[in-house]
Design a protein around this ligand. Structure first.
Ligand SMILES: Cc1cc2nc3c(=O)[nH]c(=O)nc-3n(C[C@H](O)[C@H](O)[C@H](O)COP(=O)(O)O)c2cc1C
Length: 194
């Protein structure tokens, strides 16, 4: 049986060069199973949301890039830090822009992951993201969850993930998201050529 490849649009909610979360997203790309294609979306040049900048006919290029990538993918992965017990502005800003383009987030199978030097590994940020997902009718994968705690012990000086247990859990989450997307988008597994 040929299993259809699942495409996952993914972005990291940190602009920092040696960001743990950008490193986690690089690990996602490197570790993606053969039936999963990760399409990383660059959100570094997204402006702060401003309704005066919105245009349905001529959206700003970074907004169009983000929305086209999410719309064209089977699923969405958000890799986010936690700031002040909540969603960092960079992550929320991307979500706010995407939420303004009709249908982009609607029904989208979505998974969350995040890394923090602290003991809770972005759990509070992810919980707040789940709340924002409700408003946009996104379907957030419940199991497994991935909270990368004590990131300084799991990434090297370049921000690359080195921890084998975390790598294993990244793969498990990607496999679960792909299966979730297949269930939501197509029903049971299908024998469709890529
Ligand atoms: C404004 C600010 C608030 C923060 N608040 C939290 C927090 O609530 N919880 C937490 O675990 N880490 C917090 N941190 C630490 C971040 O987890 C840490 O800076 C992390 O490296 C950010 O992710 P990044 O490496 O991907 O940029 C905060 C950092 C900043 C700059």
């Amino acid at each position: 049986m040929v299993v259809r490849k699942i495409s996952i649009a993914a972005f990291a909610g940190s602009l920092r060069k040696k960001s743990f979360n950008r490193g986690l997203l690089r690990a996602v790309v490197a570790l993606a199973p053969p039936d999963v294609e990760i399409r990383v979306v660059d959100i570094d040049d997204l402006p702060l949301f401003n309704a005066d900048l919105e245009s349905e006919t001529n959206p700003l290029p970074p907004v169009k890039r983000l929305c086209d990538a999410i719309k064209g993918a089977d699923a969405l992965l958000i890799v986010t830090p936690e700031y002040n017990y909540s969603i960092p502005a960079v992550t929320k800003n991307a979500l706010d822009w995407a939420s303004r383009t009709d249908g982009v987030l609607d029904d989208k199978p979505t998974a969350l992951m995040g890394a923090s030097p602290g003991r809770f590994g972005t759990v509070r940020s992810q919980l707040h993201l789940r709340q924002a997902a409700i408003e946009n009718n996104m379907h957030v994968l419940n199991d497994p969850e991935l909270y990368v705690t004590q990131a300084r012990t799991k990434f090297d000086e370049n921000g690359d993930l080195t921890d084998d247990e975390t790598k294993k859990r990244v793969v498990e989450l990607l496999e679960a998201l792909a299966a979730f997307a297949r269930r939501l988008n197509q029903g049971p597994e299908q024998s469709v050529r890529p």
